[in-house]
Design a protein around this ligand. Structure first.
Ligand code: TMP
Length: 392
């Protein structure tokens, strides 16, 4: 049974950056639910994929050194541990992972054609289509079987998970491995990072829900790694139950145990999360009010989809935040979705005369602090809302 636990209000599409501010930009109600049977946490409103993932998708995985390094390290691990003849990535974005493999040993699936173009141009085999059963059949016809399927921060964007995994099962070789990587629900709960939810993130996975889901397809998780990326992610290593090549590691039991300790299998954890999200909202608004009453100049850093959720949930607009800076070319000179706050292409000069920086990309705090040593040296401060709203 699906139980409601949090209303994040009226929210625009999180990656819909407009050239011209439009107060009438379409918004959708963002309500969160917990399924007591499958343990899956999801949003209620399903937006057609074509509206979100098309030829204008602005997000590029290669925009941070942290993610580039994470993908590089994973590619080394994959080659060493699994040495696949053919790897398929679902949601290959701008090629941050596949660029680390031989062109004849990888296939990318990327429906956002502006991103697919980038890797196609470099000579990679890319299908600029949505991942579904028909595509898996098409790839199977051409390549027969794939022995490693990888997907990071993508499967949570696809409404029909049954189709996703049916298609994986169709294409993956008998002793093949599926690796998926997504924000961890446990970390999200612990950090009260309600901003992991936006219209694109239909699900935020826990090991509990992934285990149940895999069971349906006769798959099982044989290893789990906790990663620091995206505010805390889990990397699940999955195989067919009939595949005895890999032993199930203790990491799986440990993660499940931890999630049960935090009651992720019960609605109570989510009701508590709802209370802390509302408290976080009030505290963040207080910080902004206090700083603005003493005329401090505040800007945003990292025009993230997460920041869209925060700005719209907390009703923060240009009277609080002068502008955002971001390195992504496709976000430059556009407006934060739903808000009259302009995004400027990152340049150090935009940090001059700034007193406080709101960390839209709090998940890259380490990388950003390293980059902005001068700002910190001259007394500049950061505002974050995780794990609790505070000034750093
Ligand atoms: P994400 O949290 O959804 O991955 O988005 C991170 C955003 O932050 C992306 O638009 C790139 C931007 N960014 C910067 O502008 N400067 C930086 O130093 C880093 C790490 C990210």
């Amino acid at each position: 049974m699906n139980k409601f636990f949090l209303n994040l209000g009226s929210q625009p599409l999180a990656n819909n950056y407009l050239n011209k501010f439009n107060p009438k930009q379409i918004k959708y109600n963002l309500r969160l639910y917990f399924d007591t049977k499958t343990k899956l946490v999801s949003i209620s409103k399903r937006i057609p994929s074509k509206k979100m993932f098309n030829n204008k998708y602005p997000y590029k995985s290669s925009m941070s050194k942290t993610m580039q390094k994470s993908f590089y390290n994973l590619s080394v691990e994959i080659k060493k541990k699994f040495n696949p003849n053919l790897l398929l990535e679902i949601g290959s974005n701008d090629g941050a992972l596949i660029k680390n493999f031989d062109k004849n040993k990888v296939i990318g699936v990327e429906p956002c054609s502006n991103l697919a173009k980038i890797t196609k141009k470099k000579g990679f085999k890319i299908y600029d289509e949505y991942w579904d059963f028909n595509l898996s059949k098409k790839i199977k016809k051409q390549f027969n079987k794939v022995d490693l399927i990888y997907s990071a921060n993508t499967l949570t964007h696809i409404s029909n998970l049954n189709d996703v995994f049916r298609s994986v099962k169709n294409l993956l070789s008998e002793d093949g491995v599926l690796i998926i990587e997504d924000p961890s629900l446990l970390e999200c709960i612990k950090k009260s990072s309600y901003d992991q939810f936006y219209n694109e993130h239909i699900y935020v996975f826990s090991a509990l829900s992934v285990r149940n889901l895999m069971n349906k397809f006769d798959f099982e998780i044989f290893d789990i790694k906790n990663l620091s990326t995206h505010g805390g992610s889990l990397r699940y290593y999955i195989k067919r139950k009939t595949n005895k090549k890999f032993k199930i590691k203790s990491s799986v039991k440990l993660q499940i145990k931890n999630e049960i300790k935090f009651k992720l299998n019960k609605i109570v954890a989510y009701n508590k999360f709802s209370v802390s999200a509302k408290k976080s909202k009030n505290e963040l608004i207080n910080i902004f009010n206090n700083l603005k009453s003493s005329n401090k100049k505040i800007i945003g850093y990292g025009a993230t989809a997460k920041a869209t959720t925060i700005l719209n949930f907390c009703a923060l607009d240009h009277d609080f935040i002068d502008y955002f800076v971001d390195t992504t070319p496709d976000k430059a000179n556009k407006y934060m979705p739903g808000k009259k706050i302009k995004i400027l292409k990152y340049n150090k000069k935009f940090l001059n005369n700034v007193d406080y920086i709101f960390l839209g990309a709090w998940n890259f705090q380490k990388e950003i602090f390293k980059k902005e040593k001068d700002f910190i040296k001259r007394g500049g401060k950061f505002i974050t809302h995780v794990p609790i709203p505070r000034i750093i």
